[in-house]
Design a protein around this ligand. Sequence first.
Ligand code: FIX
Ligand code: ZN
Length: 411
Amino acid sequence: MKKSELASVVSSIVQKTKVLDVHTHLYSAEFGDLLLWGIDELLTYHYLVCETFLQAPMPYEKFWAMPKPKQAEYVWEHLFQKATPVSEATRGVVTTIRNLGFDPRTVTLNRLRQHFKSITVEEYIDTVFDNANLEAVVMTNNVFDHEEQTVWAKRRKRDPRFLAAMRIDPLLNQWGDAVPRLSKAGYKVKVKPDTATCREVRRFLADQADIMEPVYTAASLPPSFEYPEKSERGILLDNCILPFSRQRGIPFAMMVGVKKLINPDLHVAGDGVGKADIGALERLCQRNPENKFLVTYLSRENQHELCVTARKFHNLLVFGCWWFLNLPSVIAEITCERIELLGPRFVPQHSDARVLDQLVYKWEHSRKVIAEVLTAKYRDLMDAGWAVRKSDIERDVTAMFSGNFKNFASL
Ligand code: FIX
Ligand code: ZN
């Protein structure tokens, strides 16, 4: 291949290679209203809510008291009509509307609402998966969410495009709240996680996994996360989550560095970021060689040391440019250092989509940046004297977009 052809070959392969999106907050259609979709949900995405308060502050409780369509109208007016939608989250809405076939500058909110009234969720799932060129997405299935559990209990036929992930944050971050909920569900647990309690938690995890058949179990963790730790979290990790994941043969996914509710008035939009101690991950991987850790950190300052740690442990797979890192400038920086340190042995991105429509823009935006970085790195390789072939690029992109995760999760 000539160097002059490289950019177009890479871009074409990146566009046409299907993605398995390893972390989203989406649900298959059988979960009903838990799956968010359509223009009002798109506009009230929490990333846009906090930007709206920057542009047009109002009393928080007044905003939250408004019905969702009114919230959407307020966001539409202040972020799109009266301001330039140049931030990543607002640009995402522009990309999404353009992909629907409308002019984002002139279309009205009501015209968009009419469009969504004319389609079914099943049709829209097909359209979005096709436009975003996705093979499957991994859901976030909260083991303590009553509404979700009622759907699981019906054991309906599952849409193979929606894989399950067992989300267990309350066990590791709000154990005091988890105890009464586990007890109510028939698991004999005490506040002090003794041997019997740990056995019951493992039984709970196994029962949940038998229902969900998760591809991994997951938790988000604060910047202060330490390991090992003589705490409830440390005891539950060592005696429940890690042995369960090992026996089940599934990775434990850790999303580290979120500071919950630095502005509680913003509700789900109120979380912040903090740098964590990478030493905790080093010790986790080193002391639990039979466990597999699927890991992302939220702080940009943790990214380089995360790559270095991933070089040292083959039971660690790095994924995504998470949340405040899901920005073209930062995706480029992180993806470049990952390729330079790890080769194609990582998962470059996940969407974290909370609204079905977002899959289109999050993947269009990320694929563009990933293609640009790959082109630069393959060009460097060609300059070094390696005759890069189209088949090399196809192999690498397939690995990064789905193969690395499938192998790691034994799918
Ligand atoms: O913990 C998580 O899964 C985070 O991704 C979410 O809590 C967060 O609100 C989000 O959606 C970020 O993109
Ligand atoms: Zn998430």
